[in-house]
Design a protein around this ligand. Sequence first.
Ligand code: F6R
Length: 611
Amino acid sequence: MSGIVGYIGKRKAKPILLDCLERLDYRGYDSAGLAISDLKQIEIRKTEGRIKDLRDLLLVEPMESGVLGIGHTRWATHGNPSSVNAHPLGGCTNQFVVAHNGIIENYPRLKQELVKKGHTFTTDTDTEVIPHLLEENDTGDFEETVCKVLPLLKGSYALAIMSASHPNQIIAVSQDNPFVIGFGKEETFLTSDIPALLSYTREFYPIKNGEIALLTPDKVTIKTCCGEILSPNHITAAYNPQDMMLQDYDHFMLKEIFEQPKAVEETLKDRLDADGVRLPELEDVLTDERLQNVRKIHIVASGTSYHSGMIGKKVMDHLLEIPVSVSYSSDFHDEHPTLSESNLVIFLSQSGETADTLSALREAKRHGCTVIAVTNTAGSTITRKADCTILTKAGPEMAVASTKSYTAQITLLMVLTIWLADKTGGAGEKDVSDLLRSLARLKQDVESTLIMTKDAIDQFAQVTYDQDHLFLIGRGFDHVLALEGALKLQEVAYIHADAYAAGEMKHGTMALITPGVPVIALATQPHVLDKTISNIKEVKAREAFVVGITTVDDELVESVVDEVMYIPSTHPFLMPILAAIPLQLLAYYSGTVRGHDVDRPRNLAKSLTVE
Ligand code: F6R
């Protein structure tokens, strides 16, 4: 959510910053800007819109070439998307220029005080207090001035700061907001997300709370705010830059939907065999003794990751004898006042940077809970805060809508559940061996589902392109699937899609069913199939147009729906992976047929680093 990049070295900064911003624009894409220093003065250019709009502006208002600079692509939180509110922002004199991710929570009070002291504000942003505060506290020493101002700020931030009096320096700081230094040959980079820099370097250092990074053309110095110089350990990014290219696809979303067989294969690699599962990442922390004391498991996540968590809870309810709850990250504080050392909390986050999830994690740690992170992003903040991390191996997810990370999360939650069942007892041997067998052929089942549904879903999206409302219904696992399908259709196709527990329709929602309204009925769970069929008949009786999604071995659904779509049959716990695929494809094709930018849906961004 908003992206910052920085460059300092011997090459021209502008093309590098623009290139990196383009790779980072999934974090926000409503306005963008650059500040570049030619070692004498700083120039700023900003515009509403995306990086291509910034490029267009630079054709009309070129910038002198400089070898250091910062850039920003914004997801508006305070103040509408506009060139005025775009970053980098200066104060009264542009003595200090700032690009910021995060939120300064105490900005109204700071602004009031600064206005009293004669500062004139020109934007509606929370960020603008920072350059004014730097001006107000300027001692002439750039580093000292920044260190004076930081304690005045409450909230979360990644900040890249330039100073007109020190045009050969950039200062970078971070507080609960990801900000990473990239080390090149005789050049240094800054980024809020590692993938933006992978064409330039694989060596990184994530700046930690309380640290200050001083970048000059010759060196990088990382200090604590008390002035102690640190010798940071670099991390090496494992991603391949090719993974971040579109290759032969029109959109990242479609590419990532089709990468799901690989996401499953990689996530299961070295973790699964005929006898059981291996998760060595957990063994140091989740010792037998500690597991004996676990009285409750909480799963916590946001958005699509929350839906994976709902599936995880249902599977754990079947296979473990420990009570399991699932919460939205943003509600976790309210829902669990009685957290304790006997609680195991599993946080799911594709990005590993979602502010709501990190805030819930801090709460769990404060109460002494044992914390496991399940994330797709090695080196992300969540991996540094959790007691232990298990990585989904879906590869970088560039489209804003999560697809392959959902599949990888559920796959990994199955492995984790089997691992916990093995350690804590409870699950029947047959339950586990059936699931293990199905996991072993999951990759092939995902492949078959893609082949079986792609064209039919494309056609369905073309004929329903004028529908603005759609219902998805299902029972149990299928209800969670309906929630995930609805979320995808809302975010990518802007369709008012609603998900309901099929058995609950008659308790109120049935009033919304009118002749011709499209209903997608999910019927993948054999043990509730008869009841689901009754619920389908209820909506059919109100003349809804029903598309059923069911398994190849079912013979009943076809006769009660208008259209049927078949997917392979696997273990019921894994059906939420297979049946999500036609729903992801439906969102994709419905979005593209309506002319939407499916990779960058309106008002959204990937990595939500504000609460
Ligand atoms: C939906 C989507 C979001 C994310 C949510 C959590 O397609 O992508 O709902 O799932 O913002 O993000 P992570 O998993 O990165 O914490």
